[in-house]
Design a binder for this molecule. Structure first.
Ligand SMILES: [Fe+2]
Ligand SMILES: [Fe+2]
Length: 185
């Protein structure tokens, strides 16, 4: 899912970058698109090391999702693509820390560094989108309705103090946090 999801994200950011007018924002979002392509390549290499096959069904499903979201960015104004990208990134952060924990259960720690790096990159993405809309009047309402914003995150990571040594304890409450936030939506 991470492998196929990363491509969906890249597609979505193509539409997002295409739909914003500001050249700086366009370049920033295009950089995030590149980050997601890199994540996809890293995930593939991990999968190949462990003989995990790419799912054609997930590839198709996420291909469609990515393309639909990409087109949608042209239709829903400036705020919503920023908001929902941030919300999505917020949830993606834990995927890589949870993955790290699953590997540890199998006594595999050789992927720690890349998983940490990818999780922290998603955190950076979350913060970028949040910073971009933090002064927007709509944020309070969206946070109330969709459950993510200044005071609500889908992960417990503090980018100021995060470090790889402690990272296997991150996202311990991932499932409860997710269902609590999802209930708000
Ligand atoms: Fe990613
Ligand atoms: Fe991301």
């Amino acid at each position: 899912m991470a492998y196929s999801g990363e491509r969906a994200a890249s597609f979505a950011y193509q539409g997002h970058a295409g739909s914003v007018k500001d050249p700086v924002q366009k370049a920033e979002i295009a950089q995030i698109e590149q980050d997601e392509w890199e994540h996809r390549a890293h995930v593939l290499s991990i999968m190949q090391q462990h003989g995990v096959e790419v799912s054609r069904w997930l590839e198709l499903r996420f291909w469609v999702t990515g393309k639909v979201v990409s087109m949608g960015c042209y239709l829903i104004g400036w705020f919503m693509p920023y908001y929902f990208a941030g919300r999505l990134e917020s949830g993606n952060v834990c995927e890589y820390f949870v993955m790290m924990r699953y590997f540890h259960e199998l006594d595999i720690d050789e992927h720690d560094e890349i998983l940490y790096e990818m999780g922290m990159k998603e955190k950076e993405h979350e913060e970028y989108f949040l910073d971009s809309i933090t002064d927007n009047r709509k944020l309070a309402l969206f946070e109330k309705v969709f459950g993510w914003g200044k005071d609500n995150s889908y992960n417990d990571i503090d980018s100021e103090t995060a470090n790889i040594g402690e990272s296997s304890s991150y996202c311990d409450d991932y499932k409860t946090r997710n269902s609590k936030l999802t209930k708000n939506t």
